[in-house]
Ligand binder design. Structure first.
Ligand SMILES: *[C@@H]1O[C@H](CO)[C@@H](O)[C@H](O)[C@H]1NC(C)=O
Length: 215
């Protein structure tokens, strides 16, 4: 019984390894350059149809490669939060392509190039003295293009909370938050790494709370 079980297990492992190694060397991607400006954001009402994907007809190895890509993208979204929370803006080098374009919405608008995106985000997050930011993302929807495994899109909700922790805010217990969506277009590079080439930030509602980021 035991040997039958270990035989079954090792066969499964061999099968898994075969699938993994064929998925680990998919065709190399050549990312297209990012556009000069971001496309107009779709209305909220149109998002379900835009993101809905019918069941896939991919082969098991294609499906596995899709899943690996999706989990890499999910981790990159988490790295984005870590970079913002720790004010490690150079950490965004792992997240955006060098020529990425972002519509960061009013009052910033469209920003072209990773260095300019980093600078714009830095200005918003470091504007308030004695304020710590906390960037949460939720409801991640991540889709690798079934026609083109080098391209993906994602939509995540975000809530950024600003806590007044020191200086003028010391002991006051004040906080504010901003909510919205990140709608991202991802490209995979020659080395297999995913980065955002287009980000559209859509705020939902207005900033709330008693501590607003000051410009
Ligand atoms: C940028 O996003 C804002 C808010 O979502 C939108 O009103 C504006 O039209 C966008 N600009 C461009 C150039 O797409």
């Amino acid at each position: 019984m035991k040997s039958l079980l270990s035989f079954a297990l090792s066969t499964t492992l061999i099968l898994c390894n075969t699938v993994v190694s064929s998925a680990a060397s998919p065709k190399k991607c050549t990312p297209a350059p990012a556009p000069e400006t971001a496309p107009d954001p779709l209305p909220l009402f149109d998002l379900v149809e835009y993101y809905y994907e019918p069941p896939s007809r991919q082969s098991p190895s294609e499906l596995l490669s899709t899943q690996v890509s999706e989990s890499q993208i999910r981790n990159k979204l988490a790295l984005n939060s870590l970079a913002l929370g720790g004010e490690d803006f150079d950490g965004l080098d792992y997240v955006f392509t060098e020529d990425a374009v972002a519509n960061l919405s009013a009052p910033i608008g469209v920003v072209k190039g990773r260095d300019n995106i980093k600078q714009a985000i830095r200005q918003v997050l470091t504007a308030g003295e004695g304020v710590d930011g906390h960037d949460l993302i939720s409801s991640p929807l991540i889709e690798v293009d079934p026609q083109n495994p080098c391209l993906a899109k994602s939509l995540t909700y975000f809530t950024t909370t600003f806590f007044g922790v020191s200086g003028p805010w010391q002991g006051l217990g004040q906080a504010s938050s901003l909510s919205g969506q990140f709608r991202d277009t991802w490209v995979q590079d020659e080395a297999g790494e995913w980065r955002i080439s287009i980000r559209i930030l859509v705020y939902i509602g207005f900033p709330i709370g008693n501590l607003l980021p000051r410009n």
